[in-house]
Ligand binder design. Structure first.
Ligand code: FES
Length: 181
């Protein structure tokens, strides 16, 4: 029976939070504050969290959506997309995505094409509570653990959130990032 090689975890690994890193996988087990609700206006808002570039928006029914920022088609930034018709429309070729990343329309495809059903943009669940917007970026995004203790989050985060800084707090760790202006 072969032995499985494991890589030694170093201190530097604590600073890496991408999806395939130990610290990133741990942090993704929590709901994380990604924005103040008041910062999300009627146009999409680019956010970067855990080393992932994302776009946050409210659709025309006021549902929150958090999608991968770069369109699944040719990678254009959805940050410059239009919110309309139940989702966000890519500014380049007009693919339309709902808040769970389903592709609803592809204007250049033939009328009866089903190709849009094969496309799914990266998406994460989001919730608004106490003036903050939380995202869950971990496994099982269709049934994430409940967004509990948000009153605690609110109490601990609000003193750290200023006009230019957004604080991400999990048990035992705090990280700060500059907001895009
Ligand atoms: S790049 Fe988004 S629709 Fe083509």
């Amino acid at each position: 029976m072969g032995t499985r090689k494991t890589r030694k975890i170093t201190d530097a690994d604590l600073t890496r939070v991408g999806p395939d890193t130990p610290a990133g996988q741990w942090l993704r087990r929590y709901w994380l504050a990604i924005s103040r609700a008041e910062d999300l206006k009627d146009i999409p808002l680019g956010v970067k969290n855990l080393n992932e570039e994302l776009v946050l928006f409210r659709d025309d029914r006021q549902r929150l959506g958090l999608l991968g920022r770069h369109c699944a088609h040719r990678g254009s930034s959805l940050e410059y997309g239009d919110v309309e018709c139940g989702g966000i429309r890519c500014p380049y070729h007009g693919w339309l995505y709902d808040v769970e990343g389903r592709c609803l329309e592809q204007p250049a495809e033939p009328e009866n094409s089903k190709f849009h059903l094969k496309v799914r943009q990266l998406w994460y669940p989001v919730k608004e509570f106490g003036g903050l917007i939380f995202a869950y970026m971990g496994p099982g995004r269709n049934s994430p653990r409940p967004c509990r203790d948000t009153r605690l989050w609110r109490a601990t985060t609000e003193s750290f959130i200023t006009k230019r800084l957004v604080t991400t707090i999990t048990i035992g760790s705090i990280s700060l990032r500059m907001r895009r202006t």
